[in-house]
Ligand binder design. Structure first.
Ligand code: GLN
Length: 485
């Protein structure tokens, strides 16, 4: 089988020097995807990808190179629309549905010459932290196939960790890029809310959803984000600010950066002590790179999970009302409209999605709205203010990404509350709308652990600068599954 060339930067050089072609790179990705036991993909677009790769090679021969991702194979989560392809959100309810249009992210990747080789596995409608809630069956962690890759973008994380593609895209509503990146030992970025267009991303919680990249290095993630980011008139929450050249931030230097360490995130309770030790060591490494640290406080942290699950489920219950058996995908037989709705939704949605819709409908209903939904919005404001106050004292914040390394498949399926706690370190940044990144910072017991860095809105350059400085001093991001720790 064709050996993986590794990072997108390595592939870019090999393409530029003529040592490889896009056709060869895409063929390699398709072969590895088919041979992989990770169940990272729910569908490959082999023929289209081969044809697009041939087109990229032909353009390159004429000196037309469009971006850092030109000719490079990438993967998209199954909730990001590509024209003419299924967009199933790993749900039965979207069986048979194909998107008639490109999401803005897919359109920008296409314009940049990137080749989408397939759609990646996920928790149904992005609800979960393990990629077990999938109509296609669980994805597996390349570091240990008995363990979950995290979620909900577990297929995208696994596809990069397994070396199938150098770059994949997922969506992060409360941690769904950062947490699987942590569990799979890759870099993952949740951009600032509004930085990447949500047009063509199937909505879960519209005030939180963001598309972002997974890669083997922060440099690759920066290049990938640059391609998809930027204003889009088709998403009214899209930010007008121009996208800076993220690569310029990668100078290997963290000097002058003040890193805040939130007191509330470094308590021993509910977190594996080995995870905390890895994160503390990573912070020390950043200090060696010139950063300084100070303790900060995010006082409303304890309320973040409850707030997130109220807000996200309320929005989900509304967003998912469109899957009714009339407009998209699956349609069950029913006498009359109500029965058709009921049967389609009963058969089409999995248990976690049903739980969320029921909870979300409840917290929005008359009589409970004030007690739950309105209260959650108020606490969300307090959480946002926590970060505003913290960022008056520091440039970025360092925390663990997830409380523990990859857990076993099946271990949490019957305990939704325990599963929700996988997101304790990630949901606050989502509620505040700021940006975050996870980069590998250790392999206790042979399983990856991630360092989460958070920066204020539009602070992506500072995230990339710090993560790149860290990666240049360590080799956790370069470790591959099966190579031992
Ligand atoms: N795990 C969280 C949830 O289940 C976050 C999901 C996400 O970010 N899409 O809601």
């Amino acid at each position: 089988m064709t050996e993986s060339l590794g990072t997108a930067s390595e592939m870019r050089e090999a393409l530029a020097s003529g040592r490889t072609s896009s056709v060869e790179l895409v063929e390699g990705s398709l072969e590895r995807a088919q041979a992989s036991a990770s169940n990272a993909f729910v569908g490959l677009r082999a023929e289209a990808a081969r044809a697009e790769a041939a087109g990229a090679d032909a353009r390159r021969a004429n000196g037309d190179v469009r971006s850092a991702l030109d000719g490079i194979p990438v993967a998209l989560k199954d909730n990001i629309a590509v024209a003419g392809e299924p967009c199933g959100c790993a749900s039965r309810i979207l069986e048979g549905y194909a998107s008639p249009y490109d999401s803005t992210a897919a359109a920008r990747l296409r314009a940049a010459g990137a080749i989408v080789v397939g759609r990646t596995n996920m928790d149904e409608f992005a609800m979960g932290s393990s990629t077990e809630n999938s109509a296609a069956g669980p994805a597996r962690n390349p570091w240990d196939p008995e363990r979950a890759p995290g979620g909900s973008s577990g297929g995208s994380a696994a596809s990069v960790a397994a070396g199938i593609v150098p770059v994949a895209f997922g969506s992060d509503t409360g941690g769904s890029i950062r947490q699987p990146a942590s569990l799979c030992g890759v870099t993952g970025v949740k951009p600032t809310y509004g930085r990447v267009s949500r047009y063509g991303l199937v909505a879960f919680a519209s005030s939180l959803d963001q598309i972002g990249p997974f890669a083997r290095t922060s440099a690759d993630a920066a290049a990938a984000l640059e391609v998809i980011a930027g204003h889009d008139p088709r998403d009214s929450t899209s930010l007008p600010d121009p996208v800076p050249p993220y690569a310029d931030a990668l100078d290997g230097d963290a000097s002058g950066l003040v890193i805040g360490l939130p007191r509330e995130y470094f308590v021993e309770e509910g977190v594996d002590p080995e995870v905390l030790a890895c994160v503390r060591e990573a912070v020390t490494e950043l200090e060696k790179a010139g950063a300084s640290t100070r303790e900060i406080s995010l006082p409303h942290t304890a309320h973040a999970i409850a707030t997130y699950y109220l807000v996200a489920n309320a929005e989900a219950s509304s967003n998912l009302s469109r899957f009714d058996g009339v407009r998209f995908g699956l349609r069950a037989d029913g006498r009359g409209l109500s029965e058709l709705y009921r049967k389609t939704r009963s058969e089409g949605f999995g248990p976690e999605v049903k739980r969320r819709i029921l909870l979300g409908t409840y917290v929005l209903s008359a009589g409970y709205y004030d007690a739950y939904y309105r209260k959650a919005q108020q606490v969300r404001t307090l959480i946002r203010r926590d970060f505003e106050q913290a960022f008056a004292q520091c440039d970025l914040i360092a925390t663990p990404t997830a409380p523990e390394a990859a857990f076993r498949i099946g271990e949490r399926s019957d305990d939704p509350l325990r599963m929700y706690l996988s997101d304790v370190y990630t949901v606050s940044a989502s509620l505040a709308g700021i940006c975050g990144l996870s980069t590998p910072c250790g392999l206790p017991g042979g399983l990856p652990v991630g360092l989460q860095l958070l920066a204020p809105a539009l602070g992506e350059p500072v995230l990339f600068r710090a993560a790149d400085a860290y990666e240049r001093r360590t080799d956790w991001h370069a470790r591959r599954p099966g190579e031992g720790s």
